[in-house]
Design a protein around this ligand. Sequence first.
Ligand code: NAD
Ligand code: ZN
Ligand code: ZN
Length: 348
Amino acid sequence: MTAVRMTAWQRPPEVTRLPVPEPGPGEVLIEVAGAGVCHSDLHVMEWPAGAVPYDLPFTLGHETSGRVRAFGPGARSPGLDEGDAVLVYGPWGCGICPACARGAENYCRRAGEIRAAGGGLGADGGMAHHMIVPSPRLLVPIGDLDQLVAAPLTDAALTPYHAVKRSLHRLVPGTAAVVIGIGGLGHMAVQLLKALSPAEVVAVDVAEDKLDLAAEAGADHRVPAGEGAAERIRSITDGLGATLVLDCVGADATMATAAAAAAVESDVTVVGLAGGTLPVRFGAVPFEASVAIPYWGTRGELAEVVALARAGRIRPHVETHPLEQALEVYQRLRDGRVEGRAVLVPGG
Ligand code: NAD
Ligand code: ZN
Ligand code: ZN
C-alpha cells in the first residue's frame, strides 16, 4: 500500500510503499477513507530532532476516517462490526491512568513514557490505505456521515470544540467571541460557536478568501488581521472586548491582538502552535482574563462532535486530493491555499 512517512527530521515526508499491516492482539485494522491534512504536520516537519519524543519512521495522518476491516485477537467489542464507518480518536494514551479513564487521552499521565502522541504523531497514522488502531476504545462510529467530510472532525473540529466548551458558561447573550485564523481549525471554531452559543462571532484572518469562508461558516463580523484589528473588535463590541478570543495561529502578533481584543473576565485561548509569546503582567492583559493553551480533546467530546455533525449543525468544508499528492497538498497548506481542510484519499 502507499503511505506518507516521516523518515528524517526537518525533511519533507516520503510517499512510499509498505505491506498492509495485520492487527495484533487487541488491535483493529482500518481501511482508510480520508486523512485530513493538519498544519501541525508542517510544524512537526520543521522542528529539529528531539523537539518531540517520536521515533522515526512513522506514517503521518492524525485525522482519519475509515471502515473496520479486521479485529486482532481479543479486539472484538459489542457495538463495532466489520464494515462499520468510524473516526479514529487521535491522541493515544495508556488507556488506564485517571485522565485516560475519563477519556482525556490528550492529557494521559504517562504520555512521557509512550514516545508517540498517537497515530500520525510518532506511531503509524492514516495517510495510507490501511492503519492499525491499538484498541477499539479509540474508534467512534459515525453511522452514515460522509466519511471524507467527517475526517476533519477528529482534530479540526475536536480541538476547537474542547477549547470553546470550557468557555460556554461565559458566552451569554450580548457577548462576543473572536476566532483568529480561519483555516482548518478556525472555520470549524466559527461553526461550533454559532451552534453552541448566542455570542456574536468575529473572524480574523490575513486572507480575504479565509474571511469569506468565515462568513459562509456563520461569522457575524470579519476583521482583517494586523494593525487596527483589536480596535475594530473593540468598536464592534461597544468598547468591551471579546469574552473569548480563540487564537488558531499562536504567533506573537496574533497573541498580542488576542490580549488587546479581550474583555475583562475573559478567556484568551491559544490553540495555534506558531510559537509566539504573550507577556502576562499588570496592564498587558485585561483584569481577570485567563490564558489557556489547550491540547486536542477527549474521547467523549469526539462523540459529541460527531453527534453535532450528524444533526447537521456543523460540517467541515473539505477539498479532496489523492493520497499520492500528499507533498503537493502540504505545500498548498504552507502557501495558505487550502480552503477549510484538505483531505487525502487513498486510491482517490
Ligand atoms: P491552517 O493552515 O489550516 O489555518 C491557519 C489560518 O491562519 C489560515 O487561514 C491563515 O490564513 C491564518 N493566518 C496565518 N497567519 C495569520 C495571522 N498572522 N493573523 C491571522 N490569521 C493568520 O492551520 P490549522 O490546521 O487550522 O492549524 C492552526 C494551528 O493550530 C496550527 O499552528 C496547528 O499546528 C495548531 N493545532 C493545534 C492543536 C492543539 O491541540 N492545540 C490541534 C490542531 C492544530
Ligand atoms: Zn492536528
Ligand atoms: Zn493514560
